[in-house]
Design a protein around this ligand. Sequence first.
Ligand code: GDP
Length: 224
Amino acid sequence: MPSPPRKPAGTGVRADARRPRDAAADHPFRRAHFVLSAPEPRHLPADEGAEVAFAGRSNAGKSSALNVLCDQTGLARTSKTPGRTQALVVFEIDPGRRLVDLPGYGYAEVPEAVKAQWGRAIDRYLHERQSLRGVVLIMDSRHPLKEFDRLMLDYCRDVGLRCHVLLTKADKLARSEAAQTLAAVRRELAALGGEASAQLFSALKKSGLDEARGVIAGWLDAGE
Ligand code: GDP
């Protein structure tokens, strides 16, 4: 993995001295800002540079994960309305480095027609988006690998896309239970084939942040 870009020598010393001595305080995700909401993949920004998509069933904790990863409270809107967001929401870190919040579903009452429409849009996006470097798949650690998750993992495997699973809300599990869940999910990912990894995460406790940021930044900074 290439090392992160460094500041030119001799700059920023004074500014840094006023900041907390915390390496994470300087991570690039802090610069993420909303760009647009694309009802269809064809409305997305030019397919240049690199982007990482975030997917997850409704209520899995995707918005919360995006917000803590970017150290911002209101970047991704947490929503309780099933099926409300059917758009792909684009955040830019720097010109040419983006995070894309994919619409999710998961509520039983989402009609099949909506699921089919969702499937077509996501299918097109994952297959055609040249700048897409990988997918971060958010799962509630208490209910991992539901139908939606398996579908996303199948898409990623079939397209040859990397996938990193965040088993979030890990704070709701006992330590041993969390470790068992992680091991079980990793076994299943290996059995499914494809390039998928997994980690524990908690937006509430802000745990797993460095690991997740490292994976995402590595994808964004890697060449094709
Ligand atoms: P989304 O629909 O996937 O975007 O999910 P949200 O981010 O809106 O989260 C759904 C619910 O789970 C909200 O009530 C959050 O406060 C809660 N939640 C999200 N992440 C965590 C976490 O890490 N720990 C706990 N305990 N709750 C969480």
